[in-house]
Design a protein around this ligand. Structure first.
Ligand code: SF4
Ligand code: SF4
Length: 261
């Protein structure tokens, strides 16, 4: 019998939520385990970080000197590398430090800042090494990962999901929370993958899946600014979980500039 493809799940600077999404796959994880050999997944049990693998999933951003060393080693040991989640694809919530004086923050927050070894920036995995596929979301969903692994095992490129949350809302016949409730919903610029989870519950989307294709972020900034938000709030909706994504970063800064006029 042919050997099963080897898979590793690595953690970088992150909250572990995407690894949990993997674990929460439940029965599907058991089915996946029949197709592949999971050789490194510290949160689930097996630990062998340096084992050469067919597919490496990487959660988290590069935010420490140690992260920088590890990612190069992991890339050289992996045939395919998939970054998963907002931290790994855009730098995550911790990339907010990229817009400020990170050293001053460390000094203000920690009693013994000399023990903290971190970079001044938090950057996506693709900033350092070649990434073969990106799974967006905070956290990613189990079905996204199953779909990606299955496609790769059959030699196909996984489906890129970058249409807008609004499109998923329309398919589900959700009542629009922006239009009917005046909620500052970011669905018109956010990529789907979550199944329009928040609007389905009557809540506004807050961009956790990152930028969709062909967005008009500046217009959305003006639209939600007209909903009576506090000064700076519209900009903060862009400069949040995915502030490191170029589209959101530029839109957020422009939005903040418009707000200060
Ligand atoms: S609720 Fe939000 S995501 Fe859904 S259609 Fe309206 S603006 Fe778009
Ligand atoms: S609706 Fe928006 S905030 Fe909610 S899970 Fe989906 S992408 Fe994330």
């Amino acid at each position: 019998m042919a050997a099963k493809p080897k898979v590793a799940v690595h953690k970088f600077s992150s909250c572990d939520g995407c690894q949990l999404a993997f674990l929460n796959m439940g029965e599907n994880l058991l089915k996946l385990a029949e197709l592949v050999d999971i050789v490194h997944f510290a949160e689930a049990g097996p630990v062998d970080e340096d084992m050469p693998v067919d597919i490496a999933f990487v959660e988290g951003s590069v935010a420490t000197p140690h992260d920088q060393q590890r990612i190069a080693r992991i890339r050289s040991n992996s045939r395919l590398l998939i970054s998963m989640g907002a931290c790994a694809t855009t730098g995550g919530i911790q990339a907010l430090r990229n817009m400020t004086d990170a050293k001053a923050w460390v000094k203000d927050i920690y009693a013994k800042p000399e023990y903290i070894s971190s970079l001044d920036t938090s950057t996506p995995i693709s900033h350092y090494v070649k990434v073969d596929f990106e799974l967006w979301g905070c956290p990613v969903s189990g079905w996204q990962m199953t779909q990606a692994v299955r496609s790769l095992l059959f030699g196909a490129t996984p489906e890129v999901m970058n249409e807008k949350v609004c499109q998923e809302c329309k398919r589900q016949q959700n009542v629009c929370v922006l239009v009917t409730k005046g909620e500052p919903c970011m669905g018109p610029i956010t990529r789907t993958g979550c199944g329009a989870m928040c609007p389905s519950m009557g809540r506004a989307c807050y961009t956790c899946y990152g930028p969709a294709e062909n967005t008009n972020a500046r217009s959305l900034c003006h639209r939600i600014d007209g909903l009576g938000l506090m000064t700076g709030e519209a900009a903060r909706r862009f400069l949040f979980i995915n502030s490191g994504a170029t589209d959101f970063h530029i839109a957020g800064l422009e939005c903040a500039k418009d707000d200060s006029k």
